[in-house]
Ligand binder design. Structure first.
Ligand code: ACO
Length: 338
């Protein structure tokens, strides 16, 4: 006889933003841009950039400590770690083992890194959900963390992308729930590698021969992210709408049944178009982009933390998360919040 799989829930949330605030006006001094252009085209007013000495894993650690406290857990309780980032501190190994070392030294829990850019957090959540559902683990820590500032072209030529991204980390704790109907109801994920060069960073690349020349300082076009902004914009709107509808249909609910949407933070115009097309009223969401810019894998856990802290997430609500990013990869998840 088939046994009903148990469900998982997000029991704790946390975030860490580096204290250094970089306003649009600060970027006007580096690039040929303006506060007015950035605000009007993206909605971003300021972002956080790290100071030398800060690491991605150190930000992730701070976010994880807060998430553990929120879930009333200790590092001793963690069974597994998943770290979503496109900007790891090292080429290898990933940030997951760095968190294992700093949070639970001596406890050899598994640590997995996920490189799925803006949808990395949703990919991580689906892995944690599967682990919990199948009974393999009982307490999974997910971190989404990024340091973009050290990899952006901050010269006048870098304005296309340099103004968009910020640094930061968010974390959640995922645990089983016994309450019928609660927790993660569905996650739908997709990819379309055909468009990988529409938003990517070529190097450092193992396919370059040699990858790096010893002793040389490599600063080249291929080491900065590049993007076809308009193409990404259109695909982001289309795919995020599609996957929200797909997720709802798969569990027999309607988009209008959703109580709150935490959407990836790339551009306020993208998010308002998605909500408008789905007929979700603006009061059912929150945006953090104005303060933090696009922190890729960190935007969703940061958004969740701010929504929870602000009292916007209530038990019993149907909460959606949706993201689209480089790859292209995209996805959505629906959670009965508890
Ligand atoms: N400041 C001033 N002018 C700028 C800047 C800047 N920072 N960047 C570009 N411009 C100029 C361009 O050179 C162009 O000038 P031109 O008309 O003389 O050629 C003009 O502004 C318009 O440029 P577009 O790229 O056509 O502007 P658009 O309205 O498409 O906005 C933007 C650009 C904000 C990047 C938009 O396309 C976008 O948000 N796309 C989505 C991409 C994204 O958010 N990616 C992040 C990662 S993916 C994700 O998270 C979903």
């Amino acid at each position: 006889m088939l046994q009903t799989l148990r469900r998982s829930r997000i029991s704790g949330v946390g975030k860490f933003l580096p204290p250094r605030i970089v306003k649009n006006q600060d970027l006007e001094k580096l690039m040929n841009t303006s506060d007015e252009w950035i605000k009007q085209r993206t909605g971003i007013e300021e972002r956080r950039w790290i100071e030398p000495g800060m690491t991605n894993a150190a930000m992730g650690h701070e976010a994880a400590v807060q998430a553990l406290k929120d879930a009333q857990k200790t590092p001793e309780d963690i069974d597994a770690i998943i770290y979503a980032t496109l900007s790891p501190d090292h080429f290898f190994p990933g940030c997951g083992v760095m968190i294992q070392k700093s949070l639970c030294p001596g406890k050899t829990v598994p640590a997995l890194d996920i490189k799925n850019q803006c949808s990395g957090f949703l990919y991580a959540l689906s892995v944690a959900d599967a682990w919990i559902k199948s009974g393999i683990y009982n307490c999974v820590l997910i971190v989404g963390g990024e340091i973009h500032s050290t990899g952006l072209d901050q010269s006048p030529e870098g304005r296309d992308i340099g103004v968009l991204f910020g640094d930061g980390a968010g974390a959640v704790i995922v645990e089983p729930t016994d309450k019928t109907g609660d927790g993660i109801l569905v996650t739908k994920l997709h990819s379309e590698g055909e468009h990988l060069e529409k938003l990517w960073c070529h190097g450092p690349s193992s396919s370059d021969f040699p990858r790096l020349i010893k002793g040389s300082q490599v600063i080249g076009e291929s080491y900065f992210p590049s993007m076809d902004g308009r193409f990404v914009f259109k695909n982001a709107v289309t795919r995020m709408c599609e996957v929200m509808v797909e997720s709802c249909q798969s569990i027999g609910v309607k988009v209008k049944d959703i109580d709150f949407v935490v959407a990836h933070q790339a551009n306020l115009r993208i998010n308002s178009m998605v909500l408008e097309q789905l007929e979700v009223p603006a009061h059912k969401t929150l945006n953090t982009l104005q303060k933090y810019g696009n922190t890729t894998a960190a935007t969703l856990p940061i958004g969740l933390q701010e929504a929870k802290e602000g009292g916007l997430l209530k038990p019993g609500q149907l909460v959606a998360m949706v993201a689209f990013g480089s790859g292209f990869t995209w996805g959505a998840t629906l959670i009965r919040w508890s």
